[in-house]
Design a protein around this ligand. Structure first.
Ligand SMILES: CC(=O)SCCNC(=O)CCNC(=O)[C@H](O)C(C)(C)COP(=O)(O)OP(=O)(O)OC[C@H]1O[C@@H](n2cnc3c(N)ncnc32)[C@H](O)[C@@H]1OP(=O)(O)O
Ligand SMILES: CCCC(=O)O
Length: 446
């Protein structure tokens, strides 16, 4: 096969390529750093010819052009598998919606449940075998493309080329059109600055509970990344990585010489992840790095896989938590913030692993819009808040005031443990509420 001849045959402009989109179509932008740029711009330029076009994406790193016009929502609907700050802005505009999912199930949704009329994603340049690498995400992209009626790839020379266990590239023979974009820098997700005092206090509780040889997962958000940075400065050694999202902290831990992957029961020596987002440091590190492997999310997040990895350590963040131990990591009442993502799978998977532990960590308080402090530990979740992890699944809860293991506890015991790590200013009120809820015993704290 003469791949170069095939390339020239399929190469076209963004404006030509997006002509395939019709009113009523479902269009997929892929995920996170794979969202198209030139193709998005060209699709936005066709706005007035189109109505009822549904576009799917998620963990959106920049405002899509199709969402910018004042009347954009009359032409396009944005559907996010996981919401970032940008997705929240699109939702606030009235044209964006969240699609609930356990991220591990997403490839199957494509195989069984959803229609893809047109898929358009950024990829790295074609190699000598005719393959375009998905770059920073294996995730669900192979399954998404396998059902797409029409596939357009947008080549970006800045997209890293990442080794994959499987599901990390598409061959030119399966592509309909190729567009060479303007090669924008790959969007960066800031690492969130140095750890705060609260982050440090939380990390000081978690890090000693991690054994040498542990296999790590760090969740999305500032605090897990900060804990990861503290792991990089710890005495831990021989660590492994099996995670959904690869973030800057893993690069710090690896560069500190702490990751060998030698004790991993699966994919020994390899750092395995579903998608990556971080800074240039991360993008340079993963590029053609044989120690790093992208893999489909129905592998990375599958509890059956996690259960085979000994000493699996999962560290995730939450919005708030109630006295029953229900974890909300995705909304503030009716305001949708992020998504379940992989959190529930990792909480359950870590518990199934020999020696595994799952940590839900959060600051004990958060400042409201008016600056007043409110407790993240609350009697019951707010009306409309989502239960990301049912109370039956949570293991360790960590705030800057302590770490408690909630497994095996009666309602009164867990209320006592949960309140013991709440901010001291809120404990009396929480106890009063627990009494009213009939989950407090005299033998507790007063
Ligand atoms: C990635 C893996 O490997 S899989 C497992 C990990 N996946 C998950 O844990 C999924 C769910 N978790 C998450 O999405 C994140 O960890 C979060 C949302 C809980 C925290 O992420 P962060 O980026 O640190 O959150 P941050 O503090 O910036 O807050 C995000 C938004 O929520 C709002 N928020 C946070 N806490 C609260 C609260 N208690 N009440 C009201 N709003 C809140 C913030 O104001 C902010 O809103 P805005 O940007 O629209 O103003
Ligand atoms: C899906 C994005 C990251 C997460 O699991 O929360």
């Amino acid at each position: 096969m003469d791949y170069q001849a095939e390339y020239q045959k399929k190469r076209t402009t963004a404006a030509e390529a997006v002509k395939v989109v019709q009113s009523g179509d479902w269009v997929d932008y892929g995920w996170c750093t794979n969202h198209p740029v030139a193709l998005d711009r060209a699709l936005a330029a066709r706005k007035d010819e189109l109505t009822d076009v549904n576009v799917r994406g998620g963990v959106t790193m920049w405002m899509p052009e199709i969402c910018k016009a004042d009347d954009a929502g009359e032409h396009f609907t944005w559907n996010a598998w996981h919401m970032s700050g940008v997705d929240r802005k699109i939702a606030a505009k009235g044209m964006g919606y969240f699609c609930p999912m356990r991220y591990s199930e997403l490839p199957r949704f494509y195989r069984e449940n959803v229609t893809v009329d047109v898929a358009m994603i950024q990829v790295s340049p074609m190699d000598e075998h005719g393959n375009f690498n998905y770059g920073l995400a294996a995730s669900h992209l192979s399954d998404m493309l396998s059902v797409a009626k029409h596939i357009i790839v947008e080549v970006n020379q800045n997209m890293p080329w990442v080794n994959g266990l499987t599901g990390s590239e598409i061959n030119i023979m399966d592509v309909d059109k190729i567009v060479e974009g303007d090669n924008p820098p790959v969007a960066e997700l800031g690492a969130g600055g140095p750890p705060s005092e609260v982050d440090q206090a939380v990390a000081e509780l978690i890090v000693p509970a991690i054994p040498n040889g542990a296999c790590l997962q760090l969740g999305i958000g500032g605090m897990p990344n900060a804990v990861g940075m503290m792991i990089a400065q710890s005495d831990l050694r021989d660590l492994g990585v099996h995670t959904e999202m690869y973030v800057d902290a893993f690069v710090d831990i690896a560069r500190a010489g702490k990751i060998t992957g030698a004790r991993k029961n699966l994919d020994k020596g390899r750092q395995v992840y579903a998608f990556a987002a971080g800074t240039k440091k991360l993008y340079e590190y993963v590029n053609r790095n044989p120690h790093v492997q992208a893999a489909p999310v129905d592998y990375t997040n599958d509890v059956r896989v996690l259960s085979q990895l000994d000493n699996f350590i999962s560290i995730n963040n939450a919005i708030d938590l109630d006295l029953f131990g229900q974890v909300n990591a995705e909304s503030a009442g009716l305001k949708h913030i992020s998504g379940t993502g992989g959190q529930l799978d990792f909480v359950m998977g870590a518990y199934l692993s020999n020696g595994g532990k799952s940590f839900i960590c959060m600051s004990s308080t958060v400042a409201g819009k008016d600056g007043t402090l409110k407790s993240r530990i609350i009697p019951t979740l707010a009306n409309g808040s989502i239960v990301t992890d049912p109370r039956s699944t949570i293991q360790y809860l960590v705030t800057e005031y302590g770490m408690v293991d909630l497994k095996g506890t009666a309602t009164w015991q867990r209320a006592e443990k949960i309140i013991s790590v709440a901010h001291p200013d809120f404990r009396d009120e929480l106890i009063a509420q627990a009494e009213q809820m009939k989950i407090w015993k005299r033998s507790n704290k007063r």
